[in-house]
Ligand binder design. Structure first.
Ligand SMILES: Cc1cc2nc3c(=O)[nH]c(=O)nc-3n(C[C@H](O)[C@H](O)[C@H](O)COP(=O)(O)OP(=O)(O)OC[C@H]3O[C@@H](n4cnc5c(N)ncnc54)[C@H](O)[C@@H]3O)c2cc1C
Length: 484
């Protein structure tokens, strides 16, 4: 076993961990980051940008909400099922964190909203390639990694931390394992946990959230996110919080479907469950969390988007909804795209000459489907959806063969919650006392959403990760000055 010493050990070099390491180094601490993967960034490499409230970008555009408004929106949305002081600390810091990131070299374009009823809090990162989009945040992670190293932070890759060391009630270091399998005992005055949740651990997902990966959940699995930090904190006496999936929805295996067809199958057409019944106002579909929730409540946790040849032709001219992530305005070569995925043996897209045949292929109850289509078509003729009050502009009858169905399931960006922290990101024990020397942030400690991801303030999880990382780094750097 080899030994090393640091003021602060940061467990993981993802979004939260890198922000924590830099903030701690800026506070004068000697920092070592242990990262399990062969690169830094974690899920932080996947996205488009973090939330910022009252940044110079939103101020320049006079974009709402203000800090006070954001806090009220957040607490209203979560019905106060969240630590209000933690929410306030995070939101209040988030605008300044955008400026802090800019000082470190990260560039942003104009903030965006995720869907029409959400707020423009999403600070899209300008990547090296120029245009914002999926994985633009990898540029931010690269910049943060470079800056951290320049500040003297030691980053040890392929070195997962296995457990925390606790002496006389205080956290005094960690045990990690390097890529050759040798153990490293690292002594530290403080440890910050930021291992990104358990999105890559189906057993933990099942146990803590009830979803079964590959059966009723097709979520992102970022390799290595196995709940290590949560487990270690719990073993060291940390209190537990509710843990959930950061719910969205989608067709399984999006890569096979391809982004254009994927977006076409998320337009606000008729959605039914296995009984053939409607269960949501399809116009809310751009709020992917709400749609994931609605699908989760259906039989076998799935829903089918149904459309016909006329609607398909309309989508070749124009989409109703424009996604910021994949901004296609229409789908070209629709038939060919469908043909391509069917030839690959894709199991979640169906084509039929009649509704009976579609029901047979999908397993949807045939009588239920026919009844729903009949009623839905009447609503389309009237221009009024008496069931869910869907806007009449989206009411298009389903009557011209061929008929199509796209099967959707709950999905998730990852998990949120597990370790109980306070607004200073100190980890609390079961008596709500602070465990001296232990801090946590990011998804491992993100229990602020109540029962549903707060998508109306987009950029929220990366925002929480960066801001709690920064708060943890600053507070840990102060704390270590008082420890002998
Ligand atoms: C496709 C996609 C797009 C997204 N887009 C956005 C977006 O635009 N805006 C937004 O707000 N959020 C977005 N998110 C979510 C956001 O990226 C995450 O919530 C955020 O990165 C979480 O930060 P974190 O530091 O907690 O975890 P991560 O960034 O995932 O970092 C965790 C790190 O821990 C390491 N690790 C795990 N176990 C150990 C161990 N034992 N020892 C050492 N290291 C360990 C992992 O290797 C990883 O590097 C997106 C997510 C996905 C999947």
């Amino acid at each position: 076993m080899s030994k090393l010493e640091a003021d602060i050990v940061v467990v993981a070099g993802g979004a939260c961990g890198l922000a924590a390491a830099i903030a701690a180094a800026q506070g004068g601490a000697g920092v070592v980051v242990f990262e399990k993967a062969s690169t830094t960034g974690g899920t932080g490499n996947m996205g488009m940008g973090p939330l910022g409230i009252e940044s110079r970008h939103t101020r320049a555009k006079q974009f709402r909400p203000t800090k006070d408004e954001a806090f009220e929106i957040f607490m209203d949305y979560t019905h106060w099922r969240a630590d209000a002081r933690l929410v306030r600390a995070y939101l209040n810091k988030s605008g300044d964190t955008i400026h802090w990131l800019e000082d470190l070299g990260v560039e942003f374009v104009e903030p965006a909203s995720y869907f029409p009823t959400a707020y423009p809090t999403w600070h899209l990162i300008k990547p090296e390639t120029g245009k914002p989009g999926p994985m633009a945040s990898a540029t931010m992670m690269k910049i943060l990694t470079e800056r951290a190293r320049e500040m003297g932070v030691k980053i040890m890759l392929q070195t997962p931390v296995q457990k925390l060391i606790k002496k006389e009630g205080r956290i005094t270091g960690v045990v990690a394992e390097d890529k050759s399998g040798e153990s490293i005992e690292a002594s530290a005055k403080a440890v910050i946990i930021a291992t990104g949740g358990f999105g890559d651990n189906p057993q933990m997902i099942k146990k803590l959230t009830g979803y079964e990966f590959g059966k009723d959940l097709y979520s992102f699995r970022i390799p290595g996110l196995e709940g290590d930090g949560i487990r270690m904190a719990w073993e060291a006496g940390a209190a537990r919080t509710e843990a959930r999936m950061e719910m969205i929805f989608g067709m399984p295996d999006a890569m096979t479907v391809g982004p254009e067809l994927y977006e076409a199958c998320r337009q606000p057409h008729l959605m039914v469950n296995l009984l053939g019944e409607r269960f949501m106002n399809e116009a809310i579909m751009p709020n992917t969390t709400f749609t994931g929730n609605a699908i989760s409540l259906q039989k076998d946790r799935c829903g089918f988007l149904i459309f016909d040849e006329n609607i398909k032709t309309q989508m070749e001219a124009d989409f109703d909804f424009l996604s910021v992530v994949f901004p296609f305005v229409r789908i070209e070569n629709f038939s060919q795209s469908i043909q391509n995925v069917l030839e690959k043996g894709y199991q979640h897209l169906f084509v039929a000459d009649s509704l009976e045949e579609l029901a047979g292929k999908t397993g949807i109850d045939s009588d239920g489907l026919k009844k729903t289509v009949r009623e839905y078509n009447q609503s389309c003729e009237k221009g009024y959806d008496g069931l869910f009050n869907k806007k009449h502009q989206y009411l298009r009858p389903v009557r011209s063969p061929k008929f199509y169905a796209a099967r959707h399931f709950p999905s998730a960006y990852g998990s949120v919650g597990g370790i109980k922290i306070n607004h200073r990101t100190e980890v609390l024990d079961k008596n709500w006392g602070v465990i001296p020397g232990l801090y946590a942030g990011g998804n491992d400690a993100c229990s602020i959403y109540g029962d549903s991801y707060v998508f109306i303030l987009p950029g929220n999880t990366m925002g929480f990760a960066l801001n709690t990382g920064r708060i943890a780094g600053e507070n840990a750097a102060e704390y270590v000055k008082s420890v002998q």
